[in-house]
Design a protein around this ligand. Structure first.
Ligand code: URP
Ligand code: ZN
Ligand code: ZN
Length: 459
């Protein structure tokens, strides 16, 4: 089966080219001008941008966080992703039963995703405790199962202490895995939180104050030093929200350490004034939204290449049933926001169309570096032989984000009312059109598991 996309502005991190792209058997088979194929179905791109499909390397679909389960599963979450121009996700496995081995959650997550995901998917492992058996098991997860990155948490229920974090990052580096970390100083967060509660400041309005940015920045600096102590093991900082943390990351990068940073749309486009709203619980997530001045620091990081990835940390809970009942008590509010459908349009509109980043930089942040960093050699570029995971963006289409147009199961979008210039009008996953003109046209269960390669420093 062949599809010929004609009259496109092709952009990836290597080239920009006005021309055509031929897809055969799910792969890109030719790129050039005036391409012909006698049997191909023709798609006229109308001169619009043709990018590699987005890769969102930070989602939490169907996650059980103890007090709630996220409302989007691998079907509705990937459907929303596809409609927003994303063609692959790497989901963070949630915690399993206390003491479980690394394979336990892999089996659980394979069940969650297969026959449900509409686009391709992989998983990050989760390190919820450290002992000799866990350390021994890491190599088989990487080399047999295709799980070449793991997350460890320095806060929440299964936080690792410093010696366990050091043991984990050291062994992960040795077996060819990338350590990703949720960095927040848990002890400092607990103290800040207790002080607020003692003062009767319990509503979601106070969530941001309960986790100051210094708690995050301290944990980033600590993990950078532990990774260095572990023989310069590679480190990936998830959901960076502030400039102080970025200063530590830059410093490490300048000294030659492999420290990679990810930020998310919520930290670029939303700020802590959301906590003054009566529906503040919609914005409860960790790290929390920061003062507006942090946004510019993150944009600088994107522009100067000290931040390499924009992912979402998609973790949706319904406002009415799951968040609003905890409006008066931030300690009972499930943490997380939806956003998998909004990442590409937000960054394209506010980044490319506003002149902050080039179209090529947009591809690097949303697709190319995610593929390189997380071991997806067949994705992230417009090259012959690559999977035909593609998205066409119409830069002239202007629309306001509103939840009624989203394809998830949540009941709000945190980006309601933001005007977007430039929308994805067609998304293709391995040669199949999965979204067109804001409608989902894909197939439940068509997504395949991505067996990822071991980590190799792409810089
Ligand atoms: O609040 C958040 N970010 N929830 C998702 C889990 C995590 O910390 O990444
Ligand atoms: Zn996290
Ligand atoms: Zn997360």
């Amino acid at each position: 089966m062949a599809t010929l996309i004609k009259n496109a502005q092709l952009v990836d991190s290597f080239m920009t080219l006005r021309g055509d792209l031929l897809v055969e058997d799910g792969k890109i088979s030719a790129i050039g001008s005036q391409l012909h194929h006698p049997q191909a179905e023709i798609i006229d791109a109308g001169g619009h941008y043709l990018f590699p499909g987005g890769i969102d390397v930070h989602t939490h679909l169907n996650i059980d966080v103890g007090i709630a389960r996220s409302c989007d599963d691998f079907f509705s979450g990937t459907r929303a992703a596809a409609c927003g121009g994303t063609t692959s996700i790497i989901d963070h496995m949630g915690f399993g039963p206390t003491g479980c081995d690394l394979h336990h959650q892999l089996h659980v997550y394979q069940e969650y995703a297969q026959n449900n995901a509409v686009i391709d998917y992989g998983f990050h492992g989760v390190i919820q405790h450290v002992d000799d058996a866990i350390l021994d098991e890491m190599a088989s997860m990487v080399h047999e199962e295709g799980i070449s990155s793991f997350k460890l948490y320095l806060t929440y229920g299964y936080k690792l202490n410093d010696s366990d974090a050091l043991r984990a990052v050291s062994q992960l580096g040795k077996v060819g895995a990338l350590t990703t970390v949720h960095p927040e100083n848990d002890a400092a967060v607990q103290l800040c939180r207790q002080r607020l509660l003692d003062a009767g400041k319990r509503s979601c309005r106070y969530h941001g104050q309960s986790r100051p940015l210094e708690c995050e920045a301290e944990a980033i600096a600590r993990m950078i030093n532990l990774a260095r102590l572990a023989g310069d093991a590679p480190l990936y900082i998830v959901h960076l929200s502030n400039g102080l943390g970025l200063d530590y990351i830059r410093n490490a990068q300048r000294s030659g350490q492999v420290v990679i940073a990810e930020t998310c749309p919520q930290y670029l486009f939303l700020d802590d004034s959301c906590y003054e709203r009566p529906d503040a619980s919609k914005f409860v997530l960790s790290p929390p939204l920061r003062p507006k001045e942090e946004q510019q620091k993150l944009w600088a990081g994107l522009q100067e290449h000290s931040i390499q990835v924009v992912a979402t940390d998609q973790c949706s809970f319904r406002y009415q049933e799951q968040k609003q009942p905890a409006e008066a008590d931030f300690t009972r509010c499930p943490n997380g926001l939806p956003g998998v459908e909004n990442r590409m349009p937000l960054l394209f509109s506010q980044g490319v169309m506003s002149g902050r980043i080039s179209a090529q930089r947009f591809v690097e942040l949303t697709s190319y570096w995610p593929a390189q960093i997380f071991g997806l050699p067949h994705k992230g570029s417009l090259k012959v032989g690559q999977d035909a995971d593609l998205v066409i963006f119409d830069p002239n289409l202007e629309q306001i984000i509103t939840h009624s147009q989203m394809h998830d199961l949540c009941d709000y979008t945190p980006y309601e009312g933001i005007n977007i210039r430039g929308w994805p009008v067609l998304t293709m996953s391995r040669g199949q059109v999965v979204a067109r003109d804001g409608q989902f046209v894909g197939e439940k269960g068509a997504g395949r598991f991505i067996h990822r390669r071991p980590f190799k420093n792409p810089f």
